[in-house]
Design a protein around this ligand. Structure first.
Ligand code: SF4
Length: 66
């Protein structure tokens, strides 16, 4: 069932550490330059706690759950 929770990325703030993709592999991938890609679709299942942990860990505060 959709959660209504989405992960958003501030591309300007992001500095490409890539930590987020390691912490939330079910909802964040890296592009060819090592920058994260998020789908913007509603998160489900284990993607929700993964995304929450990744957002908390992001040193640039570039990830937000809304
Ligand atoms: S952890 Fe934050 S700053 Fe690093 S790549 Fe992910 S979104 Fe960007």
């Amino acid at each position: 069932m959709p959660s209504g929770t989405r992960l958003t990325l501030d591309r300007i703030a992001c500095n490409g550490h890539g930590i987020c993709a390691l912490m939330a592999p079910s909802c964040i991938t890296l592009d060819r330059w090592g920058y994260p890609v998020v789908s913007g679709e509603e998160l489900e299942g284990k993607a929700i706690p993964e995304a929450r942990r990744a957002a908390r860990a992001c040193p640039a505060k570039a990830l937000k759950l809304c």
